[in-house]
Design a binder for this molecule. Structure first.
Ligand SMILES: Cc1cc2nc3c(=O)[nH]c(=O)nc-3n(C[C@H](O)[C@H](O)[C@H](O)COP(=O)(O)OP(=O)(O)OC[C@H]3O[C@@H](n4cnc5c(N)ncnc54)[C@H](O)[C@@H]3O)c2cc1C
Length: 500
């Protein structure tokens, strides 16, 4: 298997790079150890497209946040993932914080972020009546948005594949050697280890069910392996940096609170943290978080302390928020470099390009990061000849619940699978689940993140079985092979012989 470019890691960064590469006449492959793209940090985050004014001047994080921010509208138009600009408010509770708000506003204005405004208490109360009356001033930024990050990954990858990029899933890079013509990448094919039912990835090279090894040859390699980008770079001595994991716990609230807060709400940031936020997700549900604590690279647990910190922080901004409204919780792991900055561009090894240390705001920055990586590849000698037949769009998925009654009727008349409800909380039909599987969903999470089946109040209590049956039928696998999120996160266990 010979490629011009191999991208290691199918998170939002790897998928954005792959789609960018697919514009050109070259052979590219994305190598991802999980059974679907986007199952790493890219699915477990706050889903904010940051407004562009927060990131410090003179840093890659700051500059690429703003460049990336401006690229999301066109991407969402082409790829039909959930994205909308809801705006954000950064809140000051005292005079010192008001000074900080002004500094952030001026920083944003120097960068060209439009529409920044300072709101006094009256305006805040009018626009966001549920926010704390202790807020003395807020900086409003209309350019902030929210995105369904996992959908963005799926669609970026789908677009790349439709335009000719290969996607090697359940392929774990175990070693890389430099060769005369580039790099020999040794991959293990098979499922990665997880704690059954919980979905914790163990480490970069832990494969529990190894079926084969393969050699993938590539002239250029892009290291977009998230938490394991340091280990990948060390394989060819292109690294010399360490990536540590900083965990963020997030808590999703009941639909009762949809519309309670309309914009993303930040406390005034400190030099080290953006603090605990109140986030109206793309689908309208409120989310609160994240915490920021050092953790092991496989620690995706949520904790009582994390929950207490998050709800205390959230209540400071919006006092009516309560733990009682929590319907789901999760943790994500930021891939933090020694300098806290992105490590992006050429490495000390020719042809080996880095996209490491991709902590927040790397989701926001992802489309801009992809263009920086392509520039680095070009500088290293990759010829980028544009394809005439690059197709920017992908077909829009059906969202039955969002259709008018007339549209629903006509769809059902054409295909009765859209008349059978699989998820009652989120109104998701069999037709949508089937389509999701046909477009790449391999797990219950893959279905959930494409269709919302399982995201509602009962958290999959009703629809899990229906989704499992459809996975069994469409993929031709036994029910006992269905997993929550790949690896060995099986949902059903085979009946033991002789058991009643
Ligand atoms: C709690 C939290 C909240 C956040 N909120 C925001 C936000 O609101 N806005 C924002 O802009 N950013 C946010 N971020 C940051 C953002 O989520 C990340 O920067 C982004 O998802 C990083 O993407 P990635 O592709 O680099 O990493 P990942 O998504 O982790 O992708 C890396 C991929 O590499 C694969 N991989 C690793 N090792 C190997 C191997 N040996 N072989 C093959 N594949 C391998 C992994 O399986 C993984 O899929 C947040 C992060 C956290 C943790």
């Amino acid at each position: 298997m010979r490629y011009d470019v191999a991208v290691i890691g199918g998170g939002v960064i790897g998928c954005a790079i792959a789609r960018e590469l697919s514009r050109y006449r070259l052979r590219a492959i994305v190598i991802e150890r999980e059974c679907e793209v986007g199952l790493g940090t890219s699915k477990a985050n706050s889903g904010i497209i940051h407004a562009g004014h927060h990131g410090a001047e003179g840093t890659l994080k700051g500059e690429l946040e703003w460049r990336g921010n401006q690229m999301w509208d066109a991407l969402a138009d082409d790829l039909h993932f959930g994205f909308k600009r809801v705006g954000d408010l950064t809140c000051a509770f005292d005079e010192d914080q008001r000074v900080t708000l002004r500094q952030i506003m001026e920083q944003g204005q120097r960068r060209g972020v439009p529409g920044l405004e300072l709101w006094g208490p009256e305006r805040i109360r009018r626009e966001e009546p549920h926010l704390s009356h202790d807020i003395v001033e807020a900086l409003y930024a209309p350019t902030a948005g929210v995105v369904n990050p996992y959908e963005a990954c799926f669609m970026l990858a789908e677009s790349a594949v439709r335009n000719g990029v290969d996607l090697a899933l359940e392929h774990t890079v175990r070693n890389i050697r430099r060769s005369e013509k580039g790099f020999d990448i040794e991959v293990v094919v098979g499922v990665t280890a997880h704690d059954a039912g919980v979905g914790r990835a163990v480490d970069a090279a832990a494969v529990v069910d190894e079926t084969a090894t393969e050699l993938i040859k590539a002239r250029f390699v892009v290291d977009a392996a998230g938490l394991h980008a340091d280990a990948i770079a060390d394989m060819v001595d292109a690294g010399g940096f360490r990536i540590r994991a900083r965990k963020g716990e997030e808590y999703l609230l009941d639909k009762r609170l949809v519309g309670y807060v309309k914009r993303v709400v930040f406390p005034c940031p400190t030099p080290t943290s953006k603090g605990i936020l109140v986030i109206p997700t793309y689908d309208g549900t409120l989310m609160v978080g994240p915490t920021a604590t050092w953790a092991d690279k496989d620690d995706l647990t949520t904790t009582a302390e994390g929950s207490a910190e998050v709800f205390e922080g959230a209540r400071k901004l919006a006092p009516g928020i309560s733990e009682k409204d929590c319907i789901a919780e999760f943790a994500g792991l930021r891939a933090v470099s020694d300098t806290e900055e992105f490590i992006l561009g050429p490495s000390r090894v020719a042809g080996f390009v880095l996209a490491a240390g991709m902590q927040s705001p790397a989701l926001t920055a992802a489309p801009a990061v992809a263009t920086v990586v392509l520039d680095a590849l070009r500088d290293d000698g990759l010829e980028l000849v544009a394809k005439d037949d690059f197709e920017p769009g992908v077909p829009a998925p059906v969202r039955f619940a969002e259709l008018s009654t007339a549209e629903q009727r006509s769809l059902v008349a054409r295909d009765p699978a859209y008349a059978r409800l699989v998820c009652r909380c989120e109104i998701v039909t069999e037709g949508e689940v089937r389509d999701a599987i046909d477009r790449g969903a391999r797990t219950l999470d893959g279905i959930k993140f494409r269709t919302r089946a399982g995201m509602g109040r009962c958290q999959g209590g009703f629809c899990t079985w229906g989704c499992m049956e459809l996975l069994q039928e469409r993929l031709g696998i036994p029910l006992t092979a269905v997993t929550k999120r790949g690896g060995d996160s099986y949902v059903a266990i085979p009946r033991l012989e002789g058991a009643a």
